[in-house]
Design a protein around this ligand. Structure first.
Ligand SMILES: Cc1cc2nc3c(=O)[nH]c(=O)nc-3n(C[C@H](O)[C@H](O)[C@H](O)COP(=O)(O)OP(=O)(O)OC[C@H]3O[C@@H](n4cnc5c(N)ncnc54)[C@H](O)[C@@H]3O)c2cc1C
Length: 397
């Protein structure tokens, strides 16, 4: 059976899963199947831009385009059950997909922490559909009976909340112009439970972002916990904030697949992995799902995917596995037009230079998955806007 190909099954067509598949593509010793519930790859770092009028194509790349001529089997399905004995994954439709080696990179899901009303009334930006819903709502509310509700609340002072809050003022003003409305004062608030923005970062980083957001006119409510939401009110530390536009960016939790299939958990509900990113024999868990030092970043998922693929190649060649080395990510957080905070080890940049670094980082990010030409196309789309509001699409700002 010397020519028998090793069946590698990858769950999840996001940062980690795609990188693993690309690293194994073209290797004669493997048959690789990428199983994902979406037919596109979501480039999350630009979703805040899509939610504020940017082109959706910058944050959605078809898997078929990434894997054209790569010899990878793409299966659109939802992974549900793991049959360890049979070495197979069962999908929501009952299909059984066998594996010799399983790599799991299913990402995280939104968590509302049981706060009353949030799931029902808040908006999110974790998918193109959610971003589109928010965009439509912003347009609709501005023209509502000539009495627009100009109160917007972003919950969460992490990167997504900061990026979104920073982009909102310019976007809402642009929409007002498109609808030929007189400029009015906006009230944009950001609520964060910790005493400072981006609490996982250094104090200088938090301070620079807070200064920048305040300069953009955003009110910061730090150290304040959200308690409940209704159709028009958010309760924060016992006080009501009136708004019909509350955007929840503050909570995620590990994918339910792991709890459903009885994995062992480490810190923050992430899956316990060994020094090779293995949760169990022949089952690797990577990216946001794994309990590793820098879990929760796209750069980590990419690095994990590459490390696991290299180990699979080593193992197939009869060599010993190499220990996983965590890689410190570069942190870049855009906040409003042409401004970003960047921290790369001891190097801190705030302002336009940070923005340039972020733009370069995005280009490199796309190129991780695509040849230069296609990466350039998606990167360029980051600088384009689109308007599919039926009322103002024809007008010129
Ligand atoms: C709005 C936003 C902005 C972000 N900005 C940045 C940033 O600027 N820089 C940075 O480094 N990180 C950023 N991140 C974090 C980064 O996107 C994640 O760390 C990264 O996506 C993790 O990769 P992953 O492969 O673990 O999961 P994902 O990329 O989430 O991939 C998971 C995949 O699994 C699929 N899937 C889910 N359930 C199933 C199922 N049951 N069956 C089959 N398939 C399934 C999903 O559709 C998806 O394709 C951001 C995240 C968000 C939400």
């Amino acid at each position: 059976m010397a020519n028998k190909k090793l069946k590698v099954l990858i769950l999840g067509g996001g940062f980690g899963g795609i990188k693993t598949a690309l690293e194994l593509a073209g290797r004669p010793e493997f048959h690789v199947t990428l199983l994902s519930d979406q037919s596109d790859f979501r480039y999350y770092p630009t979703l805040y831009h899509a939610a504020t009028g940017g082109k959706m194509t910058a944050s959605s790349i078809p898997l078929d385009e990434i894997f054209k001529d790569k010899g990878i089997t793409i299966l659109k399905a939802t992974a549900k059950r793991l049959d360890r004995q049979a070495k197979a994954v069962k999908t929501a439709t009952g299909q059984e997909v066998p594996y010799d080696k399983l790599v799991i990179s299913l990402g995280v899901v939104t968590n509302y922490f049981g706060i009353k009303g949030l799931k029902e009334f808040s908006f999110g930006i974790k998918s193109q559909a959610e971003s589109q819903k928010l965009r439509d709502h912003i347009h609709k509310l501005l023209i509502d009976e000539g009495k627009p509700d100009l109160n917007y609340v972003v919950i969460g002072g992490g990167p997504t909340g900061v990026e979104l809050a920073g982009a909102l003022p310019a976007y809402i003003r642009h929409v007002m112009k498109m609808h030929k409305l007189k400029p009015k004062k906006l009230n944009i608030e950001l609520v964060e439970a910790a005493p400072r923005l981006m609490p996982r970062m250094g104090k200088d980083y938090s301070r620079a972002l807070a200064r920048r957001l305040r300069k953009l006119g955003i009110k910061l409510y730090l150290n304040q916990a959200v308690q409940a939401e209704t159709a028009d009110t958010l309760t924060v530390n016992g006080k009501p904030l009136q708004s019909h536009t509350v955007i929840w960016t503050a909570g995620v939790t590990n994918h339910p697949f792991f709890d459903d299939n009885k994995f062992e958990f480490g810190e923050h509900g992430k899956v316990q992995v060994d020094k090779y990113l293995q949760a169990e024999d022949d089952i690797f868990v990577i990216g946001d799902n794994a309990s590793t030092e820098y879990s929760g970043m796209a750069q980590t998922a990419l690095h994990d995917g590459k490390s696991v693929a290299q180990n699979l190649i080593r193992q197939a060649g009869g060599h010993r596995l190499k220990k996983y080395q965590p890689k410190k990510p570069i942190y870049v957080t855009p906040a409003g037009p042409r401004w970003a905070a960047m921290q790369w080890g001891p190097v801190h940049l705030y302002g336009w230079l940070g923005w340039v670094a972020r733009s370069a980082g995005d280009f490199a990010g796309y190129h991780d998955y695509e040849p230069w030409r296609l990466a350039g196309k998606h990167w360029a789309a980051e600088y384009l806007n689109e308007n599919n509001c039926p009322i103002c699409a024809g007008s010129k700002a």
